[in-house]
Every structure is written in C-alpha cells, then in structure tokens.
Write a protein that binds this ligand. Structure first.
Ligand code: PMP
Length: 422
C-alpha cells in the first residue's frame, strides 16, 4: 500500500475533526524509537503525548500484559472484581500526594478521571461550582471541554456547555500574569459569578500541559490551598500529563508538600500505553458518592492494571525520577546554549523532564506558531519527532521516554542544537 493511497483512504474513511499531525504511519516501536511503514526511523520525543514515560513496549510491561492475557482480559470489575485492581489502588494510595489516608479508583481516560473527580467533589460538598483556569486542558468530553480553558480548536461548535464552570487566570510570567493577578481573578469570580459557598472544587494543573508547560509558582498553589481551606472547597490537581516521574518526582504535586491537593487525577503514563486512568484522594472525600455512582464497563481493565503495576515497578527499579531530573538538566543546558544562535528562543522552563522551549518572532516579539512549526518540521526531517503546545502554539514540549538510552538522547540533542542554530 503506497503512502498516498493510505492518505486517500484515511481522508475518505475518517472525519477531518480528528486532526493528525504526522504524514507517515507507524509500523513498530521500541523504547524511544519509532519506525514508519517506509522503514524510516524516528527518535520519539512525543511518547504518544506523555503516555510512555517507560518507553514503547518495555519488556516488563509486555510480559505483564502477556501473563494477564493468559488469565482473563475482562470481567467488568463491578461485576466480578479482581485482586490486581485492589493491589494497584493500594500502590497508588501509598504514593498519593494527599494528606491522610487515601483511596483510589480507576477509569480508562484522562477525561473520565477529571469528570469523576468533579463528581466526587460535588458529592462530598453538595455544591455545583467548579473553578478552572485559562489555558487549562482537561479533556474532550462535554464537561471536561467546559473545564478546558482554550476555545480553538477544542470548543468550536460544541456548545452549550455544562453550567457552573468558571475560569480564573493561571500565572504566567512570560505573558504578564503574576500570582497576585491569578489569585485575584478567583476573588473576582467569587464577587461576580458564584459565591465561594457554592463552589465544590478548584481544579488546576500543577504544570499546565497543553497550555504550554507553565509551572505553577509555589505561592500560587499555596494561595489556592488557602482559598479552599477558607471556604471548604475541594482542591483537585490534574496530573494526567505531569504524573509518574515526568517532573523528577512521582507527581508534580510533590513539589508543593505544604499545599497538598485533596484529589488527584492521573492517566497517560500510569498505563504505559494501555488506557487506564484514576482518581486518588482523601479517603473521606473518595467515599462520598453512593455505591454505583462511580465506575464504568472498562474502568480499570485487567490488562491495563497489569501494565500499570509493571509501570510502577519500572519507575522504582530504573530510578526514573532521578533519570528525569538528569536528562531534563542536560536538555535545558542544550537549550540555554542554543539561545545564543536562536533569537526566537525566548524562554526555557523545566521541571525534571517536563521541558518547554518558547518561541517568539524576533522581528515582532510576538508568539510565533509558524516559526515553532518550522523547527518541528526541520527536526522531523532529521529524524526527531517532537510536539508543540501553548495557547499560542509557540512552545515545543519535550516528552521523550525517561528510559531513552543515553547515546540516543545525545543524538537527539545534537539534532535539536543543529535545527535551532539553523
Ligand atoms: N488532563 C490533562 C492535564 C491532559 O493533559 C489531558 C490530555 N492531554 C487530559 C486531561 C485528557 O486526557 P484524555 O485525552 O486521556 O482524555
């Protein structure tokens, strides 16, 4: 099948609403390497949008899934439970970045985890309101679309959205939003939109993912925690993109030990390539919904649970938190050096291996999605697959598997330096 024939079939068979970034098709993948149908090799710095912190097809994950395949692939946990689900919940409870005893349950996608965290917060407080932030991304279902703080392309043509959702400002030094302004925007919501006594939850990303890898300043998270404590509001951290060693700690929330969230959503790298998501949180909140209120046919599928248990083991055995910090530091050094030859590169920010490079047009000083795309294209032509993000589409985010071999990582940095110097 020729490439152009496949493209023609794709356009005829699938709707244009599913935007596809690459113009080649995956054939196989291993750790940080991906091959297309023509046999071309790419270094994968996208990891399936932050899903593969443990790489493509880690042998221990493949083995765990294979073992489970021989036992059973599905029973629906709510019908016939299985011990591995409980074991995984226990493992997550142990590492959950919340205060006191934790309980955890599982779903399939990040959006489902966020929806269920909102359900839990509403059941626990008996309140409707949810505050999220501009630039946030929480998913593509109706509620999570409403929670998401970016209109194009996520919300266009899909309204009306569920009510009682309000957006505050997320701090962003690069774009002139201070912590004070961000916290004041919440007080403004309390004055003009909804009383704090009607707000069930404040939902935030400790590092905004799709919004541009914006790192929450410590005083902002402390401010959120204070507001929640003052008004009996549940603080939910969305760690779908930032979780599982990406930032150099198990969760990004671990960077704010004095301002812990009440609930945490997770997905992506929890499953190492098999769809699974979860909500963990303070036990008394997690127990608020009535029996039957939470769940789903595929929620915590046994193959995905087996994969997730292997992921947790690999993170520990291969010291992926330490590795994330080391690789991230090397990448930041490369990017900082590149600044001298690349005036468009205006900001480099990182927490562990959650690294971002932001580009403005040197002529205008304005965010440039166009330039960013050109760098991505040149890198791809040289065999390095990367992804953009940011409300202005002018940020390259780096999401390589944390298991990437050192030599291959160096090769990628060489390509990157060359592209940015060009
Ligand atoms: N929350 C965050 C922070 C995300 O980055 C994403 C996905 N990019 C989601 C939620 C939604 O996850 P999913 O696509 O698995 O529904």
């Amino acid at each position: 099948m020729s490439h152009s024939e496949l493209e023609k079939r794709r356009k005829e068979a699938t709707p244009r609403g599913v935007g596809v970034m690459c113009d080649f098709y995956a054939a196989k993948a291993e750790n940080a390497t991906l091959w297309d149908e023509q046999g071309r090799e790419y270094i994968d710095f996208t990891a399936g949008i932050a899903v593969l912190n443990t790489g493509h097809r880690h042998p221990k994950i493949v083995e765990a899934i294979r073992k489970q395949l021989d036992l059973f692939t599905h029973t629906a946990y709510q019908i016939v439970p299985y011990a591995s689900f409980v074991t995984l919940a226990e493992c997550i409870n142990e590492i959950a970045p919340v205060t006191g005893n934790a309980k955890t349950t599982f779903f399939s996608t990040g959006a489902e985890a966020v929806e269920n965290a909102v359900k839990i917060a509403r059941a626990a407080t008996g309140r409707p309101g949810i505050i999220t932030f501009s630039g946030a991304f929480h998913g593509r279902t109706l509620l999570t679309m409403a929670l998401t703080g970016k209109v194009v392309p996520y919300k266009v043509g899909f309204g009306p959205f569920p009510a009682s959702v309000f957006h505050g400002q997320y701090p962003n030094a690069q774009h002139g939003v201070s912590t004070e302004m961000a916290l004041e925007s919440i007080e403004r919501i309390f004055r003009s939109d909804i009383s704090p006594q009607q707000v069930a939850a404040i939902l935030y990303e400790p590092i905004q993912g799709e919004g541009g890898f914006n790192i929450a300043p410590e005083d902002f998270v402390k401010g959120l925690r204070d507001i929640c404590d003052r008004h009996g509001i549940v603080l939910i951290a969305d760690e779908v993109q930032s979780g599982f060693a990406r930032t150099g700690k198990m969760f990004a929330s671990d960077y704010y030990p004095n301002s812990r969230p009440d609930l945490v959503t997770m997905a992506k790298s929890l499953g190492g390539g098999i769809p699974i998501s979860g909500v963990t949180g303070r036990a008394e909140l997690m127990d608020a919904p009535e029996p039957g209120g939470l769940g789903g046919t595929y929620a915590g599928n046994p193959l995905a649970v087996a994969s997730a248990l292997a992921v947790l083991k690999i993170i520990e055995e291969e010291k992926l938190c330490e590795r994330a910090s080391r690789l991230g530091a090397e990448l930041v050094e490369t990017l900082e050096k590149a600044k001298a030859k690349c005036p468009a590169l205006v900001d480099v920010r990182a927490r562990g291996s959650m690294v971002a490079a932001e580009f403005n047009d040197p002529a205008t000083g304005k965010p440039s999605a166009e330039l960013t795309k050109q760098y991505l294209r040149k890198a791809l032509d040289a065999g390095l697959l990367m992804l953009s993000c940011g409300v202005h589409g002018n940020v390259i985010r780096f999401l390589y598997p944390l298991t990437i071999p050192d030599a291959q990582f160096k090769d990628a940095l060489t390509i990157l330096s060359r592209v940015l110097a060009d």
